[in-house]
Design a protein around this ligand. Sequence first.
Ligand SMILES: NC(=O)c1ccc[n+]([C@@H]2O[C@H](COP(=O)([O-])OP(=O)(O)OC[C@H]3O[C@@H](n4cnc5c(N)ncnc54)[C@H](OP(=O)(O)O)[C@@H]3O)[C@@H](O)[C@H]2O)c1
Length: 331
Amino acid sequence: MTNKFATATICHDLSGPDGVRLEPQQLEPLAPGQLRIRLKAAALNFPDLLMTYGKYQFKPELPFTLGMEAVGVVEETTDPDGQYQIGDAVLYKSKTGAFAAYATVEASQIEPMPKHLSYAEAAAFSVTFLTAYVSLIERGRLKAGEVLLVLGAGGGVGQATVALGKALGATVIAAASSEDKLKVAKESGADHLINYHDHSFPDRVNEITDGKGADVILDPVGGTFFEKSLDCIAWSGRLLVAGFAGGEFGVLKTDLTAAKGCSVIGVRAGEFGRRDPAAGARVNIGLRKIAEAENLRPIIGRTWALAEISDALRAMERRDVTGKQVVLIED
Ligand SMILES: NC(=O)c1ccc[n+]([C@@H]2O[C@H](COP(=O)([O-])OP(=O)(O)OC[C@H]3O[C@@H](n4cnc5c(N)ncnc54)[C@H](OP(=O)(O)O)[C@@H]3O)[C@@H](O)[C@H]2O)c1
């Protein structure tokens, strides 16, 4: 394929969703070792939104193609005897490039698509379920029978963490800001639901656990949510700091940390595997195994066309989304 044009969503400035535009991109001939993937679906993640403002820890040079995860089919390969053949369905995982008609990749950037998922589900699987896996298993050491509290439980990372926590045998308490979001958590297996508007979540967690508190807490929200989490963590509990969707960092109350003998643990799922590739490979294999065995899947709250990417990002910004948002790509 030479001199073919295909659409991509290009971020031109750091003004937020308004700075993202759909444009034709020239597809260069493949270099040795490369494959061309015809993308079928791509999923939104909160870091995509942060990147449009230049507020994410990874700051790509402008202009760049937005999107961290997608699923597609191999359309061209320079290595017909390699691991991937034309027609294979694959996951594309990156920091950028997923909201486009095509991705040009090395074999190391793709993985076979999980067989138990649809295209839309597979597109939305990698980032949030990897974050949940690294959080609960590698960082939180969650054990069967423990109590897991998930904040932001109706969002992408939250939903995946509820589903994985349940598969690992925890009692899962899900907290979120609306009944729609709690419905997503319930569908993912949550045992108890807390709407922040109806209850103080620490009080309700303490009631549910007879004053013991949650053994593991996953916090993708930050700010006062993080701070209040220390009011309902169990003795020797693990508070996992996964994100700051609320836009504020929390302040650590070291008196409570000492009094409860608990740990506050940071999570960076992608960096976990980049820093230690052997651990990254172990995590990938473990995640695939439990996802297929336990039928773990993202819940798709809404689908969009590629041309609607800015609207999808704005919906995420308004907190007006449940589960995962997926862009269906038809070029
Ligand atoms: N550590 C890692 O490796 C890793 C990996 C991926 C993502 N993350 C981070 O995890 C966080 C969640 O990502 P996500 O993709 O799950 O996002 P998401 O699907 O948009 O979910 C975020 C949730 O946070 C809550 N929230 C509270 N205040 C908010 C606000 N001002 N704006 C938007 N949401 C708000 C919302 O739930 P309620 O309305 O119910 O409060 C929402 O459902 C982000 O900070 C992201 O950067 C971390």
